[in-house]
Design a protein around this ligand. Structure first.
Ligand code: SAM
Length: 383
């Protein structure tokens, strides 16, 4: 079983481990006794990882100092893989992939078509959730690299992922015996793979050229959901035209704009308190003027600089403030129980996750109700 599909407790030789160095620095390691993982914090021996629970912190003393360098060794998941994988192309990140999967109702019964495979970021998320993933890549080197990676990660062995070397715009999606694919044909009697796809994800420069080729490989019985991932609005326009021509419905284009919300508390400031505060400032100003006048008078009477200094001290001893409802002039910790607070949230204006426009559509080919199939389907929910 793939490490991406089920959790393991302890790290064994040969396991894939994601070494967490910092929030934006996560490195994949295949654990081999005797090997070393070199970082700027020091060299971590793979042997120290073997037998440790996933999630452990591994610490080493930094050479020539009393300080420690440490990493966390994490269980691989599609989400963590997306932020640690070796980039061969632009990739789809979790804020987009999670939204796309739920919009396409991707579930363990789904048969998914993905083109192109690229760096395999989205493929891992699909492979974990779907019944079967058919991924296509026309770049030969990328196809080979992705196939190797899927094999190492147990995606092919799990039997639910097929990767095919193909230009889907020119040659469509059908997988026939003799094609360059990870599918192992049982023999000459198996001539082609039945795709019956009901989730389609196209991350291609020209999805409109691939859309007409879907007709022969999508499910005739189920509702088919599609999503095209395009960075430019001109691409969206051409895609919409192709979808309309091919009879796709419920077409909608959305854009994901991720924002960071920071929850915090803000001090409650009342009008009465503000007025009282102004009165206090006025009162203190008045007292200050009076004291300074007294001081000037005393200095001019006896001309002694010593007495002036005494009087200065007197001024310094004046109480800083009589009334300050807002904690001004002193450090007030957020949530200090001497003040009243309200919950607010601050939005970080920078848009974090817009990478592309997402165009969704769906198609139902056969709208006749098959009573037998409905009965059989409902029966699966009984136990
Ligand atoms: N979704 C992928 C991920 O999350 O890692 C990234 C896909 S990448 C942006 C697009 C990929 O589509 C490239 O690897 C490219 O070689 C492939 N591609 C482009 N046109 C294609 C076509 N007509 N048929 C198959 N693959 C194609």
């Amino acid at each position: 079983m793939s490490q991406f599909f089920e959790y393991k407790d302890t790290i064994k030789e040969g396991d894939l481990v994601l070494a967490w160095l910092s929030r934006d620095n996560l490195k994949p390691i295949t654990v081999k006794a005797g090997e070393v993982f070199n970082t700027r914090y020091g060299a971590f021996s793979h042997s120290d990882m073997i037998g440790k629970p996933f999630g452990s912190q591994i610490a080493i003393r930094t050479k020539g100092s009393n300080r420690f360098g440490f990493i966390h060794v994490l269980q691989p998941t599609p989400e963590l893989w997306s932020i640690s994988l070796p980039h061969r192309t632009q990739i789809v990140y979790t804020p987009d992939s999670s939204y796309i999967m739920q919009r396409m109702e991707c579930n363990p019964r789904s048969r998914v078509i993905e083109a192109g495979t690229g760096s395999g970021s989205f493929s891992h998320a699909f492979a974990r959730s779907a019944g079967h993933l058919f991924s296509y890549e026309f770049h030969e080197v990328r196809y080979e690299q992705a196939k190797q990676e899927f094999k190492e990660h147990g995606l092919l062995e799990a039997g639910n992922t097929t990767i095919t070397h193909r230009d889907v715009c020119k040659d469509g999606f059908e997988i026939k015996n003799g094609d360059t694919t990870s599918h192992e044909f049982r023999g000459p009697e198996e001539t082609k793979v039945e795709l019956n796809a009901d989730c389609i994800f196209l991350d291609l420069p020209a999805p409109w050229d691939a859309i007409p080729n879907l007709t022969s490989v999508i499910s005739k019985e189920k509702k088919v959901n599609l999503c095209c991932f395009s960075p430019c609005i001109e691409q969206v326009d051409k895609t919409l035209e192709a979808l309309e021509e091919e009879g796709w419905q419920d077409v909608q284009t959305v854009e994901i704009q991720g924002r960071q919300y920071e929850a915090r508390r803000q001090m409650v400031r009342r009008l009465d308190d503000a007025i009282e505060r102004l009165r206090d400032v006025k009162r203190r100003k008045h007292e200050g003027v009076e004291k300074r006048q007294k001081n000037v008078e005393q200095t001019s009477n006896n001309g002694s600089s010593v007495e002036a200094t005494e009087s200065d001290k007197d001024l310094k001893h004046t109480e800083k403030t009589h009334f300050n409802p807002f904690g001004k002039g002193s450090r007030v910790k957020e949530g200090d129980s001497n003040f009243e607070w309200t919950q607010v949230s601050k939005v970080e204006l920078e848009i974090k996750s817009h990478t592309s426009f997402l165009t969704f559509a769906s198609k139902i080919i056969d709208r006749t109700r098959d009573e037998e199939q409905t009965k059989a389907y409902l029966a699966t929910f009984k136990d």
